[in-house]
Ligand binder design. Structure first.
Ligand code: GRG
Length: 269
């Protein structure tokens, strides 16, 4: 028997593309290593990280989590189909991500194992899933700035950092380059999340004039609630500047990475 409904739901989730920042980051980072072939080789790993991201959004939208009806301007997967199907699509996309890298015979076995290990760590208990767990526990609690940074470093930052490091692995980056990419990821991941909070407040017309936003209304501590819109925006730009400074002496191969880091903080969606 062919699971038609599951296949339809999988197509639905993949046919509403988002900004594709993580695959673009992975490809730009591969190129930034200065290895001419790296960007062309990065395709399957880039696809894999976007599948992990897509799965995380599908599960995050479920009634047991954020209970959202809309994602990327369309009904969320569990609304368009049903909860069981949405859980299965998320599970299937996660498994598919690792299959894509394992079967990528353009890369060496060592590269594949390193990519799989890095993506698994970023997606799992020590990364996105762990951060989501902390985020759920923190709902309706007062958090310090350090608590908030720790949650987001895992929930959002881990996958963004993995994109950069995985690009480095595809490009056979040196240990020094990999360490730099790791730190760039930590800084831009945090900046990205702060800007997300700023966008949340600016786009939530119900909270005009207040420092709230949809997330704050859902009992979540946000950067904007802790420090106000202006300071949050300034902090994000400082982190972006610090990230750029780390790769200031990289040659023009890093230009697309520099441009992308800018896009991640100077965005309105
Ligand atoms: C359910 C295991 C599990 C994890 C969920 C990433 C995540 C953890 C939840 C997403 C909640 C959220 C909206 C966080 C804010 C930052 C963020 C990840 C925004 C969405 O990423 P974009 O802007 O999305 O890259 P698009 O739609 O462009 O792909």
């Amino acid at each position: 028997m062919n699971p038609t409904r599951l296949n339809d739901a999988r197509s639905y989730s993949l046919n509403i593309p988002g900004k594709r920042l993580r695959p673009q980051l992975l490809e730009a980072s591969a190129r930034a290593t200065g290895n001419d072939r790296a960007e062309a080789l990065a395709g399957p790993s880039a696809e894999a990280i976007e599948l992990i991201h897509t799965y995380s959004l599908i599960h995050d939208d479920l009634p047991a989590m954020d209970d959202d009806d809309l994602r990327r301007g369309r009904p969320t997967l569990h609304v368009a189909f049903d909860e069981a199907t949405a859980i299965l699509v998320g599970d299937g996309l996660q498994a598919k991500a690792f299959e894509l890298i394992a079967n990528d015979d353009e890369l060496s076995t060592e590269q594949r194992v390193r990519l799989i290990a890095r993506l698994a760590k970023a997606a799992g208990f020590d990364g996105m899933v762990g951060g989501q767990g902390l985020d759920i526990e923190a709902t309706n609690k007062d958090l310090s700035l350090d608590d908030l940074k720790n949650i987001h470093a895992l929930k959002t930052g881990a996958l963004i950092t993995a994109a950069l490091v995985m690009g480095g692995i595809v490009g056979n980056a040196t240990d020094a380059q990999l360490a730099t990419l790791e730190t760039v990821g930590e800084k831009i991941g945090l900046a990205f999340q702060i800007i997300d909070d700023v966008i949340d407040v600016r786009s939530d017309s119900s909270t005009l004039g207040k420092t709230a936003g949809k997330d704050a209304a859902a009992g979540k501590t946000t950067y904007v609630a802790l420090m106000g819109v202006e300071t949050a925006q300034t902090l994000a730009m400082e982190l972006y500047d610090e990230a750029l400074a780390l790769i200031a002496d990289w040659d023009s191969s890093a230009d697309s990475l520099r441009a992308l880091l800018g896009k991640m903080v100077k965005r309105d969606r």
